[in-house]
Design a protein around this ligand. Structure first.
Ligand code: PLP
Length: 412
């Protein structure tokens, strides 16, 4: 494992790659981690350990196994709280992914809003941080406003002042775009929101694979992400919220596990986080996610950032030098992660992916669940390569060779 102490010898992505059983095939150049990242050994071990030694339902169990399952599940909550630098474990709500976390917020926090209240979003949002608010707006007469983006695909924060009004109750923005890779400068957003008494939610789905999160330093009120993008299992995610806010929010889903008492006519709900975890939660997946987040916390993130930036620089430089390739996103490495979307003249994004797949390069192509963003770019989708900590130079080289060959074949 690349621990902080081992980091003095430098970051060796090749060594890290060996910790990922899903990347054992050397012919695979996995550049699709923005869609789903691979899982390290320790996550498989945590899943196996739970399924063999502690598989049982959580919370109300009175036997040994049920207690072990509950302990492991609560342990995962504590691991997530540490990863987020949360004030308390009780601020961590397990959901089924980022989408379900944002829907929870829209359906719960949303009920505290009234007609005419406003939510500030941006044109850069993934559909998961757009459509739940559209639904809420249609149901409750809430007004959605949108921050525009700069020509290079960053949030245009200069527009903050004109788009945020006294009626704004929530600013819900991506922490990092899944298309342009641009990282949001959160401080001015929080300052603008506070000036009108609005809360701030960050969609961290694309940020969590690139370093642990410090919700206190960010100063936000809610943070949502998916486990499978943070080297954990699919089917689990997290909504972090400040305890005082969660306490004011009604449940989104109701049922077992989240009630204190029930009569035929009514129910009294538990305090958060269990108020928001109706039914059997994704127990194994949460435990796997806890292991992934714990593992991440032991890494040297300065070294990883340098490593990812170096690969991203090669990727951007190489793509920019190929005739007919257009990069969607900022080129300044200080403003972005290694999520790199690009369009090729005369080749559809889907075809780029199919052709590159023949060379073992895994990419994603299309609208990336961000159709309004592509309207602004006037592009019919893009191919997207995304760099994670386990990628190595040969992954980037294989991509660039493939794109160059494709460009040559179409040119002549
Ligand atoms: N938000 C962003 C920025 C994303 O990139 C994604 C997934 O790609 C999501 C939200 C939704 O994540 P999930 O499908 O895991 O719920």
């Amino acid at each position: 494992m690349i621990t902080k102490s081992a980091s003095r010898a430098g970051f060796a992505a090749g060594t890290v790659k060996r910790l990922f059983p899903g990347l054992a095939d050397r012919r695979l150049h996995y550049l699709d981690s923005a869609a789903t990242a691979q899982m390290p050994d320790c996550v498989f071990e945590a899943l196996r350990g739970f399924e063999i030694e502690a598989r049982a339902n959580v919370h109300e169990g009175l036997h040994r196994r049920a207690r072990a399952a509950t302990e492991a599940y609560n342990g995962a909550r504590a691991q997530a709280a540490r990863f987020l630098n949360a004030y308390s474990d009780q601020e961590v709500v397990f959901t089924y992914g980022a989408t379900s976390a944002i829907n929870l917020l829209a359906h719960s926090f949303g009920t505290l809003m009234v007609a005419g209240d406003e939510i500030l979003l941006s044109v850069l949002e993934h559909h998961s941080n757009l459509t739940p608010w559209q639904t809420l707006a249609a149901q409750r007469g809430i007004v959605l406003r949108f921050l525009p983006m700069t020509p290079e695909g960053r949030l245009d924060l200069e527009a903050l002042e004109s788009r945020i009004t006294d009626r704004c109750r929530l600013v819900a923005l991506t922490h990092c775009s899944n298309v342009t890779g641009a990282v949001t400068d959160v401080a001015p957003v929080v300052a603008a929101a506070r000036s009108v008494g609005a809360k701030v939610m960050l969609d961290g789905a694309q940020h969590v694979a690139h370093s642990p999160v410090d919700v206190r330093a960010l100063g936000v009120d809610f943070y949502a992400f998916s486990g499978h993008k943070a080297f954990g299992p699919t089917g689990v995610g997290i909504l972090w919220g400040r305890a005082a806010l969660l306490a004011t929010m009604p449940p989104f889903m109701t049922g077992g596990q989240m009630v204190e008492t029930v009569t035929l006519g009514s129910a009294r709900f538990r305090p958060p986080p269990r108020r928001f975890e109706a039914g059997t939660p994704p127990i194994a997946a949460a435990i796997g996610l806890g292991a992934a987040l714990d593992w991440m916390q032991g890494l040297d993130w300065n070294a990883i950032r340098e490593h990812e930036a170096r690969l991203t620089r090669s990727l951007l430089g190489g793509l920019a030098s190929i005739k007919g390739v257009r990069i969607l996103g900022p080129l300044d490495l200080r403003l972005r992660t290694g999520v790199v979307s690009f369009c090729m003249e005369h080749v559809s994004p889907e075809e780029v992916c199919i052709q590159l797949d023949r060379k073992g390069v895994a990419l994603r192509g299309g609208y990336h669940c961000a159709q309004p963003l592509f309207e602004v770019f006037r592009a019919r989708g893009a191919a997207r390569a995304s760099v994670a900590l386990y990628n190595v130079d040969v992954d980037v080289d294989a991509l660039l060779e493939g794109v160059q060959e494709l460009a040559n074949s179409r040119a002549g």
